[in-house]
Design a protein around this ligand. Structure first.
Ligand SMILES: Nc1ncnc2c1ncn2[C@@H]1O[C@H](COP(=O)(O)O)[C@@H](O)[C@H]1OP(=O)(O)O
Ligand SMILES: [Mg+2]
Ligand SMILES: [Mg+2]
Ligand SMILES: [Mg+2]
Length: 331
């Protein structure tokens, strides 16, 4: 008997793996090849290459499924970016992807251009933590399937994160299917037999807990997290790392808490920055809400329009943390 979403998981794992290996190869060679987006954030050859290969796989396997991805090919089609596009095409062709013409690559990328909610869709962040990628630190390739507003499959490729089972191996793929648990396996070699379950911690005492947060103080208020830590008696130094790798760190019990505290009231989190990570942590035994303690709503389009910030814990620490945010006037 097949398990629910078995074929979706199989395709998602293969796609994220392929993209993660391409990102890894671009990262080892990267110089200063960055395009600045309209919101001034960076995007690289690897972001576009990753979105292209994952959308190509999804298009072949599930042609009717929309993909709400972070990137689109509009800027790549501008003549001044022709050389940049050529580099993406060449990266994909070196990786053995057939039919790589500039037009085909743009059309794969634009397959990820859906922006509105539907009852079954994928959401994709081809590189989450592009700034971490450029610093040669942490980043993640993140893909999730959402059905009727619920995250049912989540796959997170973390090419620079040590494998929980064997710290000498760098590069881990995490995955979860709703109701089936959360797992980690090495990105290489290709052997899905070696996947092992991950679990969040059972820490109940804040003085023994560790939290993680973004490296970027513009993405999450470090001042507020320090205030919360002082109030709750958290003594350990926070771990700062880029991307949804933070969800993996809580999911595998290396930290008890991940705080993402709004820096400005108007910012709305994007679904592709959270979906895979949320399912991973929930299936590992943890809890995810916004700063008000409300569940994240993945049926609002490409943004978490009804939520502010994100709080992730092992579950046990959740109520007190949410209460403290309120008491300190942060939520
Ligand atoms: N003001 C902001 N608040 C929260 N997250 C942000 C903000 N600006 C950008 N981001 C997103 O944070 C993610 C990186 O997370 P982290 O800081 O935890 O590594 C990126 O996906 C980035 O989006 P984008 O990909 O558009 O740059
Ligand atoms: Mg992102
Ligand atoms: Mg991204
Ligand atoms: Mg980005």
């Amino acid at each position: 008997m097949t398990k629910p979403y078995e074929s979706e998981l199989h395709i998602a794992l293969a796609a994220v793996k392929q993209a993660s290996l391409i990102c890894r190869s671009v990262q080892s060679a990267i110089t200063d090849e960055v395009l600045e987006k309209k919101d001034k954030s960076p995007v690289t050859i690897a972001d576009f290459s990753s979105q292209a290969v994952i959308c190509r796989e999804l298009l072949q396997a599930f042609p009717a499924d929309p993909v709400i991805g972070e990137e689109d090919a509009a800027e790549l089609k501008e003549s001044e970016n022709q050389e940049f596009l050529e580099k993406i095409v060449s990266e994909l062709s070196v990786a053995g992807i057939p039919d790589t013409t500039p037009e085909q690559v743009c059309s794969w990328i634009d397959h990820g251009g859906a922006k509105t909610y539907s009852n079954r869709f994928w959401t994709l962040d081809p590189i989450d933590g592009t700034k971490g990628f450029l610093r040669k630190e942490q980043y993640a390739v993140s893909l999730a399937l959402i059905v009727d507003g619920k995250i049912v499959v989540g796959v997170l490729g973390c090419p620079n994160l040590a494998c929980p089972e064997d710290q000498s191996v760098t590069g881990t793929i995490y995955y979860a299917v709703a109701g089936q648990g959360a797992f980690a396996m090495p990105l290489e070699p290709d052997n899905s037999q070696v996947s092992s379950p991950i679990h969040s911690t059972t820490t109940q005492d804040f003085s023994e807990s560790r939290f993680c947060e973004s490296v970027e103080s513009g993405h999450s208020s470090h001042g507020h997290s320090q205030q919360i830590a002082a109030q709750l008696g958290i003594e350990k130094d926070p771990r700062r790392l880029d991307s949804q790798a933070k969800y993996a760190i809580v999911g595998q019990g290396e930290a008890d808490i991940y705080m993402r505290l709004p820096t400005r009231a108007g910012y709305r989190e994007k679904i592709w920055d959270h979906a895979a990570g949320v399912l991973l942590v929930e299936e590992a035994g943890g809890t995810v809400t916004d700063i008000h303690g409300k569940p994240l709503e993945f049926d609002q389009g490409y943004e978490l329009a009804n939520n502010q910030g994100v709080i992730v814990t092992n579950g046990l620490l959740h109520p007190k943390l949410i209460q403290t945010l309120k008491e300190l006037g942060i939520s």
